[in-house]
Design a protein around this ligand. Sequence first.
Ligand SMILES: [Zn+2]
Ligand SMILES: [Zn+2]
Length: 255
Amino acid sequence: MYSDYHVHSSFSFDSEETLDNIIKKAVSLNMKQIAITDHQDFNWPVKGESPYIDFNRYFDTLNHYADKYKNKIQILKGVELGITMDNVQLCRKLLHNVNFDFVIGSCHVVDNMDPYYYSFWESHTDREAFELYFSTLLDALHSFNSVDTLGHLDYIVRYSPNKDANYCVFDYMDVIDEILKFIITHYIKLEINTAGLAKGLDFPNPHTDIIKRYTELGGKYVTIGSDAHKACDIGFGFNKIEDIANRYNLKIYEK
Ligand SMILES: [Zn+2]
Ligand SMILES: [Zn+2]
């Protein structure tokens, strides 16, 4: 199976999974590599949550497991970096000081809220929320683009209380086009994230219409990630993604 390039462990505030379980699962799926990409979201707005990594301990632990499993699988020391307009300097400083094997850039904050929470939807319609999300993401990328792949481009859709009922990609294609053109010209790959599939959506993030558009605009490279927070979700839906990648002649990136 293709390598999973988006996995969370107990170094993330929202996962309790052990690295041992994660790596064993990846080995059992015959993955060549696995990228551990725990959450680092500077200036996180949700009280009581701390998506911040203790990087010394993180690297010590990942090095330990990389050595322990060196004959079975390659472990990439990664991060899922939350990018917003107001944390650009901190992101730059982090990447200056820390040498990751793989960096996912993700937008998790809109209007200073995480749309994961229902309270966000009390003050936003789907249409407003999706529009705001895409323009926020584009603005963030314009100020910070030192990432290897763009995480779950339409993340917000997963959390609408209406699920995907009101989501038509073509309503937002102008701004989505700008995002796609930007990543193509800056050599940022497009992540195809399967976590929504695991939660009952019938498309990955981003939607297949966006993946198609990416190829029309000249995009060639994708990374695939389960965004697993539990070992049992690693590699979820990867067969489907392989089919999509083949259909659009995309290359699934592995280091
Ligand atoms: Zn994310
Ligand atoms: Zn994630």
